[in-house]
Design a protein around this ligand. Structure first.
Ligand SMILES: C[S@@+](CC[C@H](N)C(=O)[O-])C[C@H]1O[C@@H](n2cnc3c(N)ncnc32)[C@H](O)[C@@H]1O
Length: 306
C-alpha cells in the first residue's frame, strides 16, 4: 500500500517566504520548494499524513498568519491536500531550478543537464527527502562562508602545496550533503558529515557518488557530534553547522572538543534575534566571533579559535 502525504501550498508575498520556510521546517515538512511570480510566491512542502492531524494544520495556518502580521505583510493563504508517495517524490522537483550561489557555486538538480559554458563549481544534487537544495538562505550563507574560508587559504599559500589541500572539514547536520560536496569542490581533503536523520546520511552518500567524489573523501554517519568524535582521527580544520540556534547552543561544548587552536567554524540556521545567545555560548567555549553575515531574518556566525 502506498504511503499518503500532505501537500501544503502557501500563497504569500515573497518577503514572507523565508519565515514560511522556517515555520515549515519546524513543523517537520520535507522537500519544500518555492515558485515566484512577481511579488508573490507559492511555497510547497510535504509531510507524511500520519505525522500531523488536521488540527495541526489549522495551527500552522494561524502561525503563518501571525508571522505576516508581525512583519506587516498581507496574510498568506495555506491550502492542503493529500497525495500518494509516488506523486510526492516528483511533484516538488518541477519547481527547483539550477541556481548560482556566491561567486563560485552552481547548484544543479540531478535530473537536469548542467548549464553550458559555466565556469562555476557544479554541485549536482538530489536531496531526496533531506534538507539542503541550496534554496534556503541558511545554506547559501554557509556556502558563501566556505568560499571565503578557502579563498583565504588560496591567497595565503600562493604556490606549491597549499594548506587547503589538507583541510579536513566536519559538517554537523549534513542534510543532503551539499556543504560536504561544496567543501571538497573548494579543495578540502576530506569532509565528515553527520546527521540525526538516517535519510540525510543516505542522501549525502548518494550525492557524493553523483558528484564523482571518492568514497574516502566524504564520510557520512548517523548521529551528532558524539558520532563525529568516533569517526575522527584528530581535530578538524573547519566546522560547518547549519542547524537551529537552540541545537547549536546545546552542541557547542562537544563541538569545541573537536577543534584545535587554528580551527575555524561556520554556524548558520540562526535567526538574527538569536545571534547574541549563540555568540555568547561560542565565546564561553573559547571561540572568537569574527563576522556575522545576515540574509533576511537569518544570520551566520564566522568564528575562529584564536
Ligand atoms: C537546516 S538542515 C541543514 C542541511 C545542510 N547542511 C544545509 O546546510 O542545507 C539541518 C540538518 O540538521 C539535522 N539535525 C538536527 N539536529 C541535529 C543534531 N543534534 N545533530 C546532527 N544533526 C542534526 C537535521 O536532520 C537536518 O538534516
Amino acid at each position: 500500500m502506498s504511503n499518503t502525504w500532505w501537500e501544503l501550498q502557501i500563497f504569500c508575498e515573497t518577503e514572507l517566504e523565508e519565515s514560511v520556510f522556517w515555520r515549515l521546517e519546524n513543523f517537520g515538512c520535507q522537500g519544500s520548494a518555492s515558485e515566484r511570480k512577481g511579488d508573490s510566491s507559492v511555497v510547497k512542502a510535504y509531510l507524511p499524513q500520519i505525522k500531523v492531524h488536521l488540527l495541526d494544520l489549522a495551527a500552522l495556518s494561524l502561525w503563518l498568519r501571525q508571522d505576516a502580521l508581525c512583519f506587516g505583510i498581507v496574510e498568506p493563504e495555506l491550502q492542503w491536500n493529500l497525495i500518494d508517495e509516488q506523486d510526492w517524490a516528483s511533484s516538488w522537483k518541477q519547481y527547483w531550478h539550477p541556481q548560482e550561489i556566491g561567486d563560485r557555486f552552481l547548484i544543479n538538480p540531478a535530473w537536469l543537464p548542467p548549464p553550458e559554458n559555466s565556469d562555476r563549481l557544479l554541485i549536482k544534487l538530489d536531496p531526496g527527502v533531506a534538507f539542503g537544495t541550496g534554496n534556503h538562505a541558511t545554506t547559501q550563507l554557509c556556502l558563501e562562508a566556505l568560499e571565503m574560508r578557502f579563498s583565504d587559504y588560496n591567497s595565503f599559500f600562493q604556490s606549491g602545496n597549499t594548506k587547503e589541500d589538507n583541510a579536513v572539514i566536519a559538517d554537523i547536520g549534513c542534510g543532503s550533503g551539499i556543504l560536504c560536496v561544496g567543501s571538497i569542490l573548494l579543495g578540502a581533503k576530506k569532509a565528515y558529515g553527520v546527521d540525526t536523520d538516517p535519510l540525510a546520511v543516505k542522501a549525502t552518500m548518494e550525492n557524493r557518488i553523483l558528484n564523482g567524489i571518492a568514497a574516502e573523501r566524504i564520510i557520512a554517519g548517523e548521529g551528532s557530534v558524539e558520532a563525529l568524535v568516533k569517526m575522527l582521527e584528530q581535530p578538524v580544520d573547519g566546522i560547518v553547522c547549519n542547524i537551529l540556534a537552540d541545537v547549536i547552543i546545546s552542541l557547542v561544548p562537544q563541538i569545541s572538543a573537536i577543534a584545535k587552536p587554528s580551527t575555524w567554524g561556520i554556524f548558520s540556521g540562526v535567526l538574527v534575534e538569536q545571534s547574541k545567545s549563540v555568540a555568547d555560548a561560542l565565546e564561553k567555549h573559547g571561540w572568537i566571533v569574527a563576522t556575522l553575515w545576515k540574509r533576511k531574518e537569518w544570520c551566520c556566525l564566522n568564528v575562529r579559535r584564536s
